[in-house]
Design a protein around this ligand. Sequence first.
Ligand SMILES: Cc1cc2nc3c(=O)[nH]c(=O)nc-3n(C[C@H](O)[C@H](O)[C@H](O)COP(=O)(O)OP(=O)(O)OC[C@H]3O[C@@H](n4cnc5c(N)ncnc54)[C@H](O)[C@@H]3O)c2cc1C
Length: 162
Amino acid sequence: MRISEMSGKECRELLAHEGAGRLGCALENQPYIVPIYFVAEGDSLFCFATVGQKIEWMRANPRVCIQADEIRSRDEWKSVVVTGRYEELPDDAEHEQVRKHAISLFSRRDAWWMGAYAADEIRKHAGDPIPVIFCVHMKQITGLRAAPDAGQTALDIAQQKW
Ligand SMILES: Cc1cc2nc3c(=O)[nH]c(=O)nc-3n(C[C@H](O)[C@H](O)[C@H](O)COP(=O)(O)OP(=O)(O)OC[C@H]3O[C@@H](n4cnc5c(N)ncnc54)[C@H](O)[C@@H]3O)c2cc1C
């Protein structure tokens, strides 16, 4: 298996195409990671959630990470890691336009709100779920791709070795 770096353009194409990955945040040296949908546009990843642990942690520490991948087999895959900053887009006059834009992007996917609202069903709290639109501003983006060696798969090499 050969590993090579992906260009910035290839990384962005994967994010735009996949639209789902894992969001990592951390509080007091404790990492926390959950699957999430996003929409990539420019240097931003737009997401929709309801208030729960990840939102509370990102409000306290806006340094976050998103990982997404495309896995065809154990020796043929692409993986992109983004580090960036969480910004909440509150429901106020200042953020009205960007929120409308984010919702128009979300609306390209059926039932885009479902994951966020379903999560609230198991939370033990009184009251309605509190929706949150947020953006991850990408600071750094890296991507790696793996491809099988011609005529030899990673499995072949592992079997020879072990
Ligand atoms: C493919 C996919 C896409 C998703 N897209 C979205 C999305 O766009 N927006 C969104 O808000 N949610 C989405 N979810 C659900 C998301 O992964 C979280 O489960 C959910 O958002 C609740 O996270 P929270 O931090 O608010 O947890 P809380 O409701 O506050 O619950 C915290 C507790 O539940 C546990 N927990 C929470 N989520 C998970 C999990 N996924 N797996 C195992 N344990 C968990 C935590 O460890 C913690 O103990 C998606 C899930 C999947 C599988």
